[in-house]
Design a protein around this ligand. Structure first.
Ligand SMILES: *[C@@H]1O[C@H](CO)[C@@H](O)[C@H](O)[C@H]1NC(C)=O
Ligand SMILES: *[C@@H]1O[C@H](CO)[C@@H](O)[C@H](O)[C@H]1NC(C)=O
Length: 390
């Protein structure tokens, strides 16, 4: 290669290299320069999409820069295989959803590889829709605030998501996604406002999140593997849940999940695995729940394989989802109900190799109780309430 470089071209080549490397830190597309209005009322979707297309087509790493202020966005989809890393710099800015509700998702990243979302607040404006749902009227389902789908190499850092109409953040069919320092807030009585939902994805890490919501803080759907969750504050909300799984017969399993260092405060559940009482080929295997503190969680440790909200949905009343190799280590604190440890497994597919290692849960300052159905495993260290595993 060196042989063919004509020395007369060298100054040009050097200039070229210098300008691309400078470009890799300085190619910035400011949404306001492209027409966005920081007034929280003017639809700025076009400016955001145009900043995205330019950044995505850029020959060097590029930044979509959103200055401080509040921006109304309609449903937007950022998609495509970009040439280089694209950073969304949203620190100090708030993106506001329209209050006429959509379905599916509000802000979507689809088929992207190499995107960073830094800072920012997403305001889903869900209150009107929740009121409609809570009144039992016929309401639209509402939109997920942020969905990342069919994508890889994604970082979401320092984002705040508030008052989503439905789920706050969904990671679907992705590989290698890091979610760090995220805050999710919605009222404890807001319906279906799960914090972070992961499904069909591998290599997702969620760390240092504070999640207050009306549904699961984190929910884990079929086809999830190699998931790491660490340093989470959860509550109000329904806890951290693997499931619901096993609604469908042909369903992918969940494996290799670590949930570590979580404080649950006033939640409906702590660490839960939940499956439909229907036939399914699904499974859950290789799960570690470690270092959890329960502050009045209603069901601190629960496996519920009897889920069936409507009569007739579950003719066989038994779950096909096979649950195995689940460890609970250093789980401490208080339960808001007497049964702090409840393994209600499938009678046709019993849970196997459940391991309890240092569990200490109280109910009204006394030792709580445990309940086991179709569950086998072992206990080591101090285990209160005493294990009922076969
Ligand atoms: C399990 O997942 C973690 C990431 O959460 C990963 O580091 C580890 O290699 C995975 N283990 C296996 C056996 O795949
Ligand atoms: C009920 O169980 C039988 C035997 O396992 C199975 O063949 C059938 O598909 C199940 N029915 C439903 C609706 O799950």
């Amino acid at each position: 290669m060196a042989d063919v470089i004509n020395t007369s071209l060298l100054p040009f080549l050097i200039l070229f290299i210098v300008s691309t490397s400078a470009g890799s830190t300085s190619t910035t597309y400011n949404v306001v320069s492209l027409g966005a209005k920081a007034d929280g009322r003017t639809d700025s979707s076009r400016a955001f999409l145009s900043a995205w297309s330019s950044a995505c087509a850029s020959n060097a790493a590029a930044t979509v820069f959103v200055p401080k202020g509040s921006y109304l966005l309609r449903n937007v989809v950022f998609s495509g295989q970009c040439k280089n890393l694209v950073t969304f710099q949203i620190e100090g800015a708030t993106l506001v959803a329209p209050s006429d509700y959509g379905t599916d998702s509000w802000i979507t990243f689809e088929r992207v590889s190499g995107v960073k979302i830094l800072g920012g607040t997403l305001d889903g404006q869900g209150a009107g829709l929740w009121a409609c749902k809570n009144a039992g009227k016929g309401c639209p389902s509402g939109a997920t605030s942020l969905e990342i789908t069919n994508s890889r190499e994604i970082l979401i850092s320092g984002l705040t998501s508030t008052n989503s109409q439905m789920f706050h953040i969904v990671i679907h069919d992705c590989e290698n996604v890091k979610v760090q320092g995220v805050q999710v807030t919605a009222p404890g009585n807001s319906p279906n406002t799960d914090g972070i939902h992961v499904e069909g994805s591998s290599g997702v890490t969620i760390s240092r999140a504070t999640i207050k919501t009306g549904d699961d803080c984190i929910s884990i759907g079929p086809g999830t593997s190699n998931l790491w969750i660490e340093n989470i504050g959860c509550g109000p909300g329904h806890g951290i849940s693997i499931g619901s799984l096993g609604k469908d017969k042909n369903e992918q399993g969940v494996q290799n999940v670590t949930v570590k260092t979580v404080v649950f405060s006033g939640t409906e559940n702590g660490v839960r695995i939940k499956t439909w009482a229907r036939s399914s080929q699904g499974f859950v295997r290789g799960v570690l729940f470690e270092d959890a503190t329960m502050n009045n969680a209603r069901n601190p440790i629960i496996i519920d394989q009897q889920y069936c909200p409507h009569d007739g949905d579950c003719p066989n009343q038994s779950s096909g989802v096979k649950i195995s190799d689940v460890t609970y280590r250093n789980i401490k604190g208080s339960s808001a109900s007497e049964i702090a440890m409840n393994f209600d497994c499938s009678h046709t597919n019993p849970c196997s190799n459940i391991v309890l290692d240092n569990v200490d849960l109280t109910y009204e300052n006394k030792v709580a109780t445990a309940s086991c159905k179709s569950a086998d495993g072992s206990a080591t260290g101090l285990v209160h309430p005493a294990s009922c595993l076969a």
